[in-house]
Design a protein around this ligand. Structure first.
Ligand code: CUA
Length: 229
């Protein structure tokens, strides 16, 4: 999750997010090179009192400074497209989970396991324990096995919401009347926090998402325990 001084992306907890971080760094590198180059040119131009009376055009430099930005854009566009298609790939999911956005909470269905279903509400600030994170913790977490391919089906009942977990590189709209699909996995055990990221009404800030990533063995135990109760 994001903590103090997290200025850029969070540490990745999935292979997809790792690739997204690499792409972010790559693009930021290009951006810095352009900023420094253009900044230097503008500064020298600004402090220069001389002008060249006869210089009106230069065919070569104009060709060069047209083609170079086009090449730069291609170097950003190609890795970006590659990532889009990798993210869209659904590789033999082990389980499928359905997430439904409501004003203002999420509900979940584990249709592979006799359709376990539950609501997931944020823990209000006035009933928090000292181990809770304000505006980020929920009463019922999404329990998932780690290093397993998960298929998430997302929809909503009222308005558009967005199911978003930054550390996993997951962000998908929950739209009424539509089923959206995304596939992801987690690298390790732990809690992964996210928030709705589609402006969905007055309590938009109060419908967080928490994934509890545990070993498959304990996941099976959790399923058994939940089915008993
Ligand atoms: Cu749901 Cu914002």
């Amino acid at each position: 999750m994001a903590t103090w001084k997290t200025l850029l992306l969070q540490d990745s907890a999935s292979p997809l997010m790792e690739q997204l971080s690499f792409f972010h760094d790559h693009t930021l590198m290009i951006l810095m090179i352009i900023t420094v180059l253009v900044g230097q040119l503008m500064l020298t131009l600004f402090f220069n009192k001389f002008s060249h009376r006869l210089l009106l055009e230069g065919q070569l430099i104009e060709v060069v400074w047209t083609i170079l930005p086009a090449l730069t854009l291609i170097f950003i566009a190609l890795p970006s497209l590659r990532l889009i298609y990798i993210i869209d790939e659904v590789n033999n999911p082990m389980i499928t989970i359905k997430s439904i956005g409501h004003q203002w909470y999420w509900s979940y269905e584990y249709s592979d396991f006799k359709n376990i279903e539950f609501d997931s509400y944020m823990i209000p600030t006035n009933s928090m324990n000292n181990y809770n994170f304000r505006l980020l913790d929920v009463d019922n977490r999404v329990v998932l096995p780690y290093e397993s391919q998960i298929r998430l089906i997302v929809t909503a009942t009222d308005v558009i919401h967005s199911w978003t977990i930054p550390a996993l590189g997951v962000k998908i709209d929950a739209t009424p009347g539509r089923l959206n699909q995304i596939s992801f996995s987690t690298n390790r055990t732990g809690l992964f926090y996210g928030q709705c990221s589609e402006i969905c009404g007055a309590n938009h800030s109060f419908m967080p998402i928490v994934i509890e990533s545990i070993s498959p063995k304990y996941f099976i135990k959790w399923i058994a325990k939940t089915l008993e109760s």
